[in-house]
Design a protein. Structure first.
Length: 256
């Protein structure tokens, strides 16, 4: 197995290749990984972590590509961790190359294999977030594997969770199944040009009026960019709230 000693020091200096190698070591459960992650500790706490979740086909990847353009225009350093189903043969991310990001300049993108982990995440997610945090990413987007309503785990590891929904995909059933709807901070109606978008919008606003936590709904058409600046601003507004309240470090959970 590759010697990973010293990778943490290179990550702290902004070495993206070292970050990629360190995340690989995390997934491979290298013996030296605990020491390297501990070395990163003092340099973590500045990144705002956003979970992007929703059913397969909702357009999460296209949204992320559009957000990369929005954040890039504001000189925000972006990291993306996409959790994908695991290959039954290699154990790696089976769809790891599925995104061909058009707006990838300056974006650190990495796929993680779910390896059977429940909740739409990977066992390596928290540690990988720490690596990108120490690398100096301002915002880290964590895209879940896309198993649907059960992905409530994303709210536990991210500062803000974004649920992406699409009209015509059993909207009434989506609204009745609480789960992630109860914990999502931003609800996105993607492909909002489709029939049923207005009905879904009304249903989501009604649901928000009955729950105990704040939230907002944003309508988008990710393929043409409509609504993406508004979504980016909604994320940045929550980031400003966390920064002003000194809550970034308090939300992050420790890495074992």
């Amino acid at each position: 197995m590759e010697d990973i000693t010293g990778l943490a020091d290179r990550v702290i200096k902004g070495d993206g290749l070292a970050a990629a190698r360190l995340i690989t070591a995390i997934e491979d459960e290298a013996l030296e990984i605990a020491g390297e992650l501990e070395r990163l500790g003092p340099y973590c706490g500045g990144a705002f972590v956003v979970g992007i979740t929703g059913a397969p086909g909702a357009g999460k990847s296209t949204l992320i590509d559009g957000l990369a353009e929005c954040f890039g225009s504001r000189d925000i350093k972006l990291g993306v961790l996409a959790v994908d189903p695991s290959s039954p043969y290699s154990g790696g991310a089976i769809l790891g190359d599925r995104i061909r990001m058009r707006h990838s300049d300056g974006v650190f993108y990495r796929s993680l294999a779910s390896r059977g982990q429940p909740g739409g995440l990977s066992a390596a997610t928290l540690a990988a977030v720490r690596v990108l945090d120490a690398l100096g990413r301002d915002i880290i987007l964590v895209e879940t594997v896309g198993s649907g309503q059960a992905e409530v785990g994303v709210a536990d590891v991210c500062h803000t969770s974004v649920l992406v929904m699409v009209p015509g995909m059993g909207d009434d059933i989506q609204l009745m199944k609480a789960g992630i709807l109860e914990v999502a901070d931003i609800l996105v109606i993607n492909k909002a040009e489709r029939e049923g978008a207005e009905s879904l919008l009304q249903g989501l606003n009604a649901m928000l009026g009955t729950r105990q936590r704040e939230g907002e709904v944003v309508s988008t058409e990710a393929t043409c960019g409509r609504g993406l600046p508004q979504l980016a601003e909604a994320i940045l507004a929550r980031r400003r709230s966390f920064v002003s309240g000194g809550r970034l470090k308090r939300k992050r959970q420790p890495v074992a």
